[in-house]
Each structure stands twice: as structure tokens, then as C-alpha cells.
Design a protein around this ligand. Structure first.
Ligand code: GTR
Length: 396
């Protein structure tokens, strides 16, 4: 009997935990105050003081600092290995290799491009594919719903994909003396602030952007970066570090992505859990925050705010408690004042939405989709809707 009562209690408690809408805690750091307590009132102050200090904070404490040589544009070149019609004549397909001539060796990675037939340059979505390469089948024998390239092309957008492990291993046991890390830096020079896997994947997205700027069929002023989960964290970091991305789409990025840490969501991932299971995603310093989330003087709304005044999409899934859906929504909401400095609305909604009711009236889009942790055509279409709404196909 006692165990039955305990069981009923546990069921009631877990139902309750699903229904509550916790608010961020009072200790959530203030976006419009510098780390040393000065108010930020204008876009000029944001750009000259606050945004740089947030970027620096996330570089040194979370994703790591890239070696200077990795950012040198003159070290990167591109080789086209194939260029032909595809998708029954609806698209042009290009296969390319990005080649990096690093101070400590050479490194290259492949990427795939589909461009719809159009008389004018088209907008595009760069996709960080964090699933096996079969999901980005260039022959289109397997049409993955994770990267619905035909549907993207049919809506008038080009899409460019790379498989993240072709840039840096997603392996906790791998050292940093391989792949792009090795080419960019002697491993002996690494320290607790050095870049790690998420930064390397974001680096690859920026190199693809370098190529897009040279491709006349793509409109480089209208390029979004899309990633799911660990790819979503990467998309945010790519957008924070590279302003050429005009839209950032964080799909179910969760802990260390869009999810606020200063909120009590017991079912969601913590810094302790993420740095134990995936230490290779972050610089060494990040682990020192494990279990100390509520004492941190920075949080993910500040990271999201680095996208301002560009377009930001944050998306969750109803069953994805590990990603902390309400924490993702609140971070988007609390990032909004950065857009207001530019006279733009950030997230134009005051309450957490019902599933399949996207909030897209401002420059931040939020939606929650029914279902599991995944990136689906439903999510892709919301990102394309948002780009459409902002004139990405008419402004050319
Ligand atoms: C989970 C991890 C999350 C998320 C996810 C993914 O296991 O805890 O932070 O990134 O992997 O990338 O699929």
C-alpha cells in the first residue's frame, strides 16, 4: 500500500513537473549591465563594450579561443570537385573541398551545395550536419527528413551542408592533436582557454561563408546557419563569432546553447552532466562552472543577444525536456532588449506558446513542435517562413 501511494505521488509529481512554467531566477545576470556594473543604454555602447565583453567571456570560459592563424582568410582556398544539374533539373549541385593551409600543417573538409535554378542570386541556409553523412547524401538516393534539401530548394533557398566530424572528431577520447586542431596549432601550446570541438565546427561554417562570398549564384547577404542539438550550440557560436550570418537557427540546442542556466528545470541537462559526457566540446575552463550555474555572472540570453540585430530562431520540442524548453524560450525573451537598442522587437510574445504556434512577429522567432528531440521538415519550414517574412527573396 505504502509503495502504491509512493508511486501515485511520483506520477503526480512528474505530471506537475511537466506543467509548471518556472520563471528565471532573480539571480539571472542583467543583459544591459556590464560585468563591472555599468548600464548599457545605446547600440553604440552595446557594440563597443557589452557585446565584445560577452564574446570574450564565452571565448575564454565556454567554447575556447581560436588560434589567430585559423582566422586568416588567406590560408583558406576552395576546390570544386563536381558541378552538375541535380534534383531533376531543379537545382545545381556543387561538391567542394575547403583547404586550410595552417601554420602546423594542412587540413581539408568537403561540403555539398544545392542551388535552385534562378535568374538571380538566391538566399541560403548553411547546415551543420551532426548525424552520419548518409543524411546529406549528395546523390539524393536517401532523402533525409533531417536535411530536406529538395524542400529547401523548392522554396527558393540554396543549402550547403557539411558533416561535423569531417572537421573535428566528436569523441571524448580524441586528443586535440588531429584534424583542424593539429593544422592550426601545435598541441603543446594549448591551455584551458583553447578552442574545442564546437568552436572548430563553427570555424568550418565560417569557412563555408568565405566560399559563399565568392559564389555569384548565392546572395551572401542573406545566409542563415542551422544546427540541431550539438549542431544548434555550434550554430549559435558561429552566428556570435561571424556577423556575416544574417540568421541563426538553434534547433533544440539546450544546455550551453539556447537554454538559460538560471532557471529550475530539474529534467534538463546541467553543466556538470554536459562537461562530464562531452568535455571535448568546450574549453577546459568550462568544467569549473559545474554545479555553480546559479553563481555564474553570465548566461545564455547574453550569448543569444550577440546575434542582434540579425534574425534569430530558437526552437524546442514538447518531449525534449533534456534541452529545457522553457529555458530556451526565456533566454530568447531575455535576449530581446539587445534588439530593442536597434529599434527592433526581439521576441514579440509574452508567454510560452502552445505547440505548433510559432511566435514570429519580431526579429526573434520561437516555436515548439510536438514530438521528440529532432530536426524535422516542420522546423525547417518555420526557419524559411521567417526568412520569407523578412524579405529574403524579394530584397535581392
Ligand atoms: C545530448 C547532449 C545534448 C545535445 C544532444 C545532441 O546527449 O546531452 O547537449 O547536444 O546530445 O547533440 O544530440
Amino acid at each position: 500500500m505504502r509503495s502504491l501511494i509512493a508511486l501515485l505521488g511520483a506520477v503526480a509529481l512528474s505530471a506537475f513537473a511537466d506543467d509548471v512554467s518556472p520563471e528565471p531566477l532573480d539571480s539571472v545576470p542583467e543583459l544591459m549591465k556590464t560585468f563591472d556594473g555599468r548600464e548599457v543604454r545605446t547600440a553604440a555602447e552595446w557594440e563597443s563594450v557589452r557585446a565584445p565583453e560577452i564574446l570574450d567571456c564565452y571565448s575564454r570560459n565556454v567554447f575556447g579561443v581560436r588560434p589567430r592563424e585559423a582566422e586568416e582568410r588567406s590560408r583558406v582556398s576552395f576546390k570544386i570537385t563536381d558541378d552538375r544539374e541535380a534534383m531533376g533539373g531543379n537545382a545545381r549541385r556543387k561538391l567542394l573541398i575547403a583547404e586550410f593551409d595552417g601554420p602546423n600543417g594542412k587540413f581539408d573538409f568537403p561540403f555539398i551545395v544545392f542551388i535552385p535554378k534562378s535568374a538571380r542570386a538566391v538566399p541560403a541556409f548553411v547546415f551543420i550536419c551532426n548525424r552520419p553523412a548518409v543524411h546529406m547524401d549528395s546523390e539524393r538516393n536517401f532523402k533525409s527528413a533531417f536535411w530536406p534539401a529538395e524542400e529547401i530548394v523548392a522554396r527558393g533557398y540554396a543549402t550547403v551542408a557539411f558533416q561535423f566530424c569531417s572537421v573535428a572528431p566528436d569523441d571524448k577520447k580524441a586528443d586535440f592533436d588531429r584534424a583542424v586542431f593539429k593544422a592550426a596549432q601545435n598541441a603543446a601550446e594549448r591551455n584551458d582557454e583553447s578552442w574545442a570541438a564546437i568552436s572548430a565546427w563553427a570555424w568550418a561554417a565560417s569557412r563555408i561563408m568565405d566560399w559563399i562570398e565568392t559564389e555569384p549564384l548565392i546572395d551572401a547577404r542573406h545566409v542563415g546557419i542551422v544546427g540541431h542539438s550539438r549542431g544548434g550550440k555550434t550554430a549559435i557560436w558561429a552566428g556570435a563569432t561571424d556577423k556575416r550570418f544574417a540568421m541563426v537557427c538553434s534547433n533544440n540546442s539546450g544546455c550551453s546553447g539556447a537554454k538559460l542556466n538560471h532557471i529550475c528545470l530539474p529534467k534538463s541537462e546541467t553543466i556538470d552532466a554536459i562537461t562530464r559526457v562531452f568535455p571535448h566540446w568546450f574549453c577546459g575552463n568550462y568544467r569549473t562552472f559545474a554545479g555553480k550555474e546559479l553563481d555564474m555572472d553570465f548566461d545564455q540570453h547574453e550569448l543569444l543577444a550577440l546575434v542582434a540585430p540579425r534574425l534569430l530562431c530558437v526552437a524546442s520540442a514538447t518531449e525534449d525536456h533534456w534541452a529545457g524548453q522553457r529555458g530556451e524560450w526565456f533566454a530568447a525573451k531575455l535576449a530581446s532588449p539587445a534588439w530593442e537598442l536597434y529599434g527592433k522587437k526581439g521576441l514579440a510574445a509574452d508567454k510560452y506558446p502552445e505547440p505548433e504556434c510559432p511566435q514570429q512577429a519580431g526579429f526573434i522567432s520561437y516555436h515548439v513542435r510536438t514530438g521528440k528531440h529532432n530536426l524535422t521538415p516542420y522546423d525547417w519550414h518555420r526557419y524559411m517562413d521567417f526568412a520569407d517574412m523578412h524579405g529574403w527573396k524579394s530584397e535581392r
